[in-house]
Design a protein around this ligand. Structure first.
Ligand code: BMA
Length: 334
């Protein structure tokens, strides 16, 4: 059962002839090429219900090749309009404070504040963090971690009085390794109590590296996490979507982890693009009343795709095909 959610999320039933745990929207890609002047591609982006509709932070690849985060709004989660300029971040003194570049944003609401996490340039790839209450003023907070790190995502509520954030320590390049860790903070400034959550493995599609995806979803079985898993093939990396269920009180402990991918590149917009063979989950919308889940993912570093599942289908599938390792099930401190 889902702990919370919103109504009127985008939805399509699973095709009658399909047994897939996650199925694609038949109108994909939701966001195509050249979505606004000066932006060649939008992908790897996160959305959230807001003000009776939906709002999102979008990775916009500018025509000069530099990525920045653009704000988008939608009445239905499908048709998006974007602000023409990147989000104008400011520091805590109210002065402009733009990151040199910003990509792969996630968006999470904790209590009554919205937080944006992204991969920033902090003398190398690292996590950037900002907050907003109204999507008008965006205040940058301290960068949580030292370089190099990517794929940060906050849990949507505090645990034991602390914020909890997943991240994936990395290098500053294409990172041929990587496990998911979590860290806690009482104030979003000082971070500690670092724990290993899970490593690559259990399935060839995720044997090179993994990274957090959408904000974990609270369910009666634990935190449902959609993440990405990567394999290095003869012709490059292939990114798939994986699923795990983390212990609700101590999410460094993995209860179930699906040995099968949930979604892997197989359509033209996933296999063909700026970086072929990438499905990269960044956000979900969920409806607690119906159990419906809409999953937003980047496709081939070129498009935004949308897929669907239900809480019952996805939990059954993950539990039925679960294979956890000792590294997954331990608290993750050495
Ligand atoms: C990763 C990130 C993602 C990207 C992926 C595939 O390292 O940079 O933004 O989607 O590579 O290119």
């Amino acid at each position: 059962m889902l702990a919370s959610g919103t109504q009127n999320i985008p939805w399509q039933e699973r095709p009658a002839d399909s047994q897939a745990p996650v199925w694609r929207y038949d109108g994909n890609p939701v966001i195509g090429r050249n979505p606004l002047p000066g932006v060649a591609r939008i992908f790897n982006s996160a959305v959230m219900p807001f003000d009776g509709g939906f709002i999102g932070v979008f990775r916009g690849e500018q025509a000069d090749g530099v990525p920045h985060i653009y704000l988008g709004r939608s009445p239905d989660g499908l048709r998006w309009t974007f602000e023409p300029e990147p989000i104008p971040f400011q520091n805590q003194e109210g002065e402009p404070f733009m990151p040199p570049s910003a990509y792969d944003p996630r968006l999470v609401k904790v209590e009554d504040i919205y937080y944006i996490m992204w991969c920033t340039d902090f003398y190398g790839a690292a996590i950037g963090l900002a907050k907003t209450k109204d999507f008008k003023t965006f205040v940058r907070l301290e960068n949580p971690f030292l370089p190099f790190n990517r794929n940060a995502v906050l849990f949507p509520r505090k645990m034991g009085g602390n914020f909890v954030m997943l991240s994936r320590p990395s290098d500053s390049g294409h990172t041929p390794f990587g496990d998911i860790f979590l860290s806690e903070s009482p104030d979003l400034c000082y971070w500690g109590k670092h724990r290993h959550v899970m490593g690559r493995g259990s399935g060839w599609w995720q044997m090179l590296k993994i990274g957090g995806g959408a904000a974990p979803i609270e369910t009666s079985e634990g935190w449902l996490l959609f993440y990405h898993g990567v394999v290095g093939t003869c012709s490059g990396y292939v990114y798939s979507v994986g699923g795990a269920i983390l212990n609700i009180d101590d999410p460094s402990v993995v209860r179930y982890r699906c040995k099968n991918f949930l979604l892997t590149p197989e359509t033209w917009y996933e296999e063909r693009g700026f970086v072929p063979n990438v499905v990269f989950p960044c956000a979900t919308l969920q409806d607690a009343a119906t159990g419906r889940i809409a999953l937003y993912y980047g496709a081939a570093d070129s498009y935004v795709g949308l897929a669907f599942t239900t809480i019952d289908i996805i939990m059954d599938y993950i539990i039925k095909h679960s294979k956890v390792t000792d590294g997954d099930t331990e608290t993750g401190i050495r």
